[in-house]
Design a protein around this ligand. Sequence first.
Ligand SMILES: *[C@@H]1O[C@H](CO)[C@@H](O)[C@H](O)[C@H]1NC(C)=O
Ligand SMILES: *[C@@H]1O[C@H](CO)[C@@H](O)[C@H](O)[C@H]1NC(C)=O
Ligand SMILES: *[C@@H]1O[C@H](CO)[C@@H](O)[C@H](O)[C@H]1NC(C)=O
Ligand SMILES: *[C@@H]1O[C@H](CO)[C@@H](O)[C@H](O)[C@H]1NC(C)=O
Ligand SMILES: *[C@@H]1O[C@H](CO)[C@@H](O)[C@H](O)[C@H]1NC(C)=O
Ligand SMILES: *[C@@H]1O[C@H](CO)[C@@H](O)[C@H](O)[C@H]1NC(C)=O
Ligand SMILES: *[C@@H]1O[C@H](CO)[C@@H](O)[C@H](O)[C@H]1NC(C)=O
Ligand SMILES: *[C@@H]1O[C@H](CO)[C@@H](O)[C@H](O)[C@H]1NC(C)=O
Ligand SMILES: *[C@@H]1O[C@H](CO)[C@@H](O)[C@H](O)[C@H]1NC(C)=O
Ligand SMILES: *[C@@H]1O[C@H](CO)[C@@H](O)[C@H](O)[C@H]1NC(C)=O
Length: 504
Amino acid sequence: MVPSMLSHILSLCTALLSHLKSNTTYYTFANIQYATATRFSPPRYPPPVNRRNISDGSQESICPQAYPAWQFSMISFLGGENLSNATTEQLLNVSLVPAVETANKSLLPVVVWIHGGGFVQGYKSEDGNGAGLISRAVEMGGEGLVFIAINYRLGLFGWLSSGTNTSAQTITPNVGLHDQLTALRWVRDYAHLFGGDADRITILSESAGAGSALIHLAKLLASDGQHAPLFQRAILQSPYTGLSPSSRTQTATYRAVLQAANVSSFQELGRRDSRTLQDVNQAVIAPSPYGSFAFAPVLDQATFPFPLAEISTKHTRKVVATNSKEGLIFTAPNVQSEQSYMSAVASLVPEFPPDALARLLSSLYPTASYSNQFERLETTLSDLLIRCTAEYTLSAFAETSHAYQYSVPSGSHGADLHYTFFDGDVEDLPEHNLTVALALQGYLASFRLGGAPEAGVDGVSGLPVYGQGVGVDLNITGITEEATTWLDKNKCQGLRDILDGAFA
Ligand SMILES: *[C@@H]1O[C@H](CO)[C@@H](O)[C@H](O)[C@H]1NC(C)=O
Ligand SMILES: *[C@@H]1O[C@H](CO)[C@@H](O)[C@H](O)[C@H]1NC(C)=O
Ligand SMILES: *[C@@H]1O[C@H](CO)[C@@H](O)[C@H](O)[C@H]1NC(C)=O
Ligand SMILES: *[C@@H]1O[C@H](CO)[C@@H](O)[C@H](O)[C@H]1NC(C)=O
Ligand SMILES: *[C@@H]1O[C@H](CO)[C@@H](O)[C@H](O)[C@H]1NC(C)=O
Ligand SMILES: *[C@@H]1O[C@H](CO)[C@@H](O)[C@H](O)[C@H]1NC(C)=O
Ligand SMILES: *[C@@H]1O[C@H](CO)[C@@H](O)[C@H](O)[C@H]1NC(C)=O
Ligand SMILES: *[C@@H]1O[C@H](CO)[C@@H](O)[C@H](O)[C@H]1NC(C)=O
Ligand SMILES: *[C@@H]1O[C@H](CO)[C@@H](O)[C@H](O)[C@H]1NC(C)=O
Ligand SMILES: *[C@@H]1O[C@H](CO)[C@@H](O)[C@H](O)[C@H]1NC(C)=O
C-alpha cells in the first residue's frame, strides 16, 4: 500500500471513531470530507489528511440555500428551519450509516443518496439518515446495507455558467455535477473501510438528485469499459433536470449575478466575500418564473456526451418512479385564463417560439379535457418537468427498467420522501399507511439484491420489467400492477422538441 493512501485511511479511521454513535443496529459517521474545492472550481481529490480537526457529527455543513419568490408562501407553510448556523461553502462531505452485521465478514451493498431541491436547496441529511431502509434491507435480505448521503454545491456556487456569449471562458459549468461524481468516486474508493462493497453501489435519488443521476448514467455508459463504473444500479424518483438553460439564458443569469455583486468580471466575483455571494445567490434566484429556480445543469461536452435515446439498453438496471401530482407545487394557484396558462408554460421555456408552443399545447392539452386552467397547467407541468423525463428514460431502457407511481394523496412532488425515509413512525407518513411504507421501502431496499425489486409484503407484487409499459401504482386504496397510463407516451412524444434540450 502506498504511504499516501495509508495516511488517508488512518485519517478516516480517526474521524470515524470520534463520530461513532453506538446503536445495536447501526452507527452514524457524519461529515467526512470527500474533496476540497475552491469557489467555482471543480473539486480536488482525494481530500487532505486532517487528524487535528475532528467533527463530532453534531454540526451539519450546508450549502447556502436560496428560494424563488414563488416558493415563499410554501416555506412559511413548511415552517422553515433556520439553517444559517450550518451554512458554509465548505460542504463537500458524506455521511454514512453502515449496518453492523460484523459476524458475516463479507462486504455489504451500498446505497448512495443524492438529494433534491431544484439545484438550489437541500442537503444530505435533510430527509433522514437511511436507518429505516437499512432495517428494511435486513428484514428482507438478512444482509443489510451501507447508506451514504452526499452533499454537493447549489445555486450559483454549483451551477454558475456563462453561456457561449461572454468572454468568461474560465468558468467550468456544472461544478455541482463534478462534486457528485467526486463523491461517487470517494464511495467507490473508501466504502470498503465501512463494510461497503464497491461492486454493488446503487444510487438512490429524488428530483434534482434524480435529474443529476440521469446525467451520471449517460456519462457512465459513455465511458463504459474504460473506467471502473461508479455505480451498478440507479433509482430515480421524480427526475427533474431543470430543462437545461439555453446559452442565452445562462448569459442573462451570469450578467444578473455580476450586476447583483457590483462586479464586472468573473475574477472579481470570485473575490467577493461569502456573505455577499449568498445574498447575490438569493437575489438572482428570487425572481425566477413560477416553477423554476434560475440554476440547473447546462449542456456541455464534458457532461452530456450524446443523446440519451442512443444509449444501449443493455446496461445498469434502473427503477424510475413518479408521483401522481408532480406538477402541483410548480403550478401558480391563480391561473384561470387560457392566456395565463400559455404564459406560465412559456416562461419556463423562454427560447421556444411562442406561436409553436401555443399550437403544441392546444393540441396536446386541449382546454376541453380539463375542468379548469389550473388542472390543465398542473398536468402540463407534471409532464414537462418530471413525467416525460421518466418516460424517455424508461422507454430508452425498457428491458432494464422498472417503474412505479406513488399515488398516496396528495401525491405531490417530494411527498414520497416521507415513505422513502420511513423509520418506524407511521405518524410521519402522509395518510399513515404502513403497508405502502413497507412495500415502497421493500422495492428500494431489495433492488440491490439482484433481480426485480420485491415488496416483501404478502400479496403485493414486485416491480415488473417496464417493457411495453407496465409498472406498479402505490395508493392507499390498493397496490396494483398495471399499464403505466400515468406516463403518456403520445404527449411526451409531442413535447419532445421542447425537452430535447435536456438531452441534446
Ligand atoms: C437504534 O436504532 C434503532 C433502529 O433503527 C432505533 O429504533 C433506536 O432508536 C436507535 N437507538 C438509539 C439509542 O439511537
Ligand atoms: C482546525 O480548527 C481550528 C479551530 O477551529 C481552525 O483554526 C483551523 O483552521 C482548522 N484546521 C483545518 C485544517 O481545518
Ligand atoms: C437564523 O439564525 C441566525 C444565526 O443563529 C440569526 O442571525 C438569524 O437572524 C436567524 N434568521 C431567522 C430568520 O430567524
Ligand atoms: C445556532 O446557534 C445558536 C447559538 O449558538 C444555538 O442556540 C442554536 O441551537 C443553533 N441552531 C442550530 C440549528 O444549530
Ligand atoms: C465538511 O467538509 C468541509 C470540507 O469541504 C470541512 O471544511 C468541514 O469541516 C466539514 N464539515 C464538518 C461539519 O465536519
Ligand atoms: C453473508 O454474505 C454472503 C455473501 O455475500 C451472503 O450471501 C449471505 O446472505 C450473508 N448472510 C447473512 C446472514 O447476512
Ligand atoms: C450576445 O451579447 C450581446 C451583448 O450583450 C447581445 O447584443 C447579443 O444579442 C448576444 N448574442 C446572442 C446570440 O445571444
Ligand atoms: C451594489 O451597489 C449598490 C449601489 O451602490 C448598493 O446599494 C449595493 O448594496 C451593492 N451590492 C453589493 C452586493 O455590494
Ligand atoms: C389514490 O386513492 C385516492 C383515494 O384515497 C384517490 O382519490 C386517488 O384518485 C387515487 N390516486 C390515483 C392516482 O389513482
Ligand atoms: C393501506 O394501503 C393498503 C395498500 O393500498 C390498503 O390495502 C390498506 O387498506 C390501506 N390501509 C389504510 C388504513 O388505509
